[in-house]
Design a protein around this ligand. Sequence first.
Ligand SMILES: Cc1ncc(COP(=O)(O)O)c(C=O)c1O
Length: 371
Amino acid sequence: MKKNISRREWINKSATVIGGSFLGSMIGFSPLKGASLLKEPVRMMYNENPYGPSDIAKRAMRRAFSESNLYTMRAALSEFKNLIAELNNVKPENVAIGFGSREILNKAAIMNGIEGGELISPTLTFEAINQFASKTMKTNVVRVPMTKEIGIDLKTTGQMVNSKTNMVYLCNPNNPTGVIMKPKELEVFCKETSKKSIVFVDEAYHEYVMDKQYRSMVSLVNEGCDVLISRTASKVHGLAGLRVGYAISTPKIIKRLNSYMNGSLNVVGLRGAIASYKDKRFQKFSIEKNNEGRTIVTDYLDKKGIEYLDSQTNFIFIKTGIDIKKFQPAMEKHKVLVGRPFPPYTDWCRLSIAKPEEMESFNKGFNKELG
Ligand SMILES: Cc1ncc(COP(=O)(O)O)c(C=O)c1O
């Protein structure tokens, strides 16, 4: 039977269906499951920030709705670029703004492919650039096995760089492991390798890192090294659905990258990002809550003697000992959605950190599965 719905409900429903089918087809998972209006199941599968956007960002975005008929996104983009440059102690010509950092990854893959080079990447990492490079650009992607400790093997990666290599992709902290690379080793690697090839360092989780040893590779840009850093507003800022990310590199690489970029973002997302990057209070709050939530799980895992990796992010890689293809549906029955399989680590699970009060659902569900 046809049900009368209000105009507001209709708009909400249409937006959800359009957004849902787009995302669903992108990642093969119904994104409507656990959408933010629902309390259950708890979304612990996509490394989202359960608290975002900040109130200040929301206010800025509400104001930006009334700009939606104008081409003011150009001014907003330039304002955001200047802000990112200032926050990172680089010049605006060192910065490119993308439709999420995924645009940076995809366009870097296009740039690499068109320029005819090979890409080198670890076996276990964020797959976007590898998939785009191999499937869309038909680029040869050379994969480097992980170390025994499931770390990125910089030594072997360095040895694999050859005359065909145009780009090396490293994710720090890595996804799905959450682990950081040793800063000195990474710095030496970047300095040496960038003489032969672009080193792309994906720092999507940079803000979450607590380890005092950690260092971003942005400073190498000012030294003139051919490194390309990407970051995102999707994580600590909780703006994943608005698609804002950025790259920092040498002016020459930024110019090359920009020639492939869309160069146009929506004004609401940009205004939200500008407000959010200035909102230090919210960033601190997100990080503290994340640490709190992660500790609830690690305390439980320690008590049970279950292995996990040292996460510096908003997710944690856990050796459940249960095949992830069985573990995923089993946890869904406990109203917890966990990360996808990451072969060959099939008895591991990537668990995203939700609100602290929600993390107990994982512990309880996992406990039942352990019998
Ligand atoms: C390591 C890494 N890089 C990049 C991205 C893409 O983020 P976005 O396109 O939302 O900026 C993600 C998303 O989860 C990620 O984990």
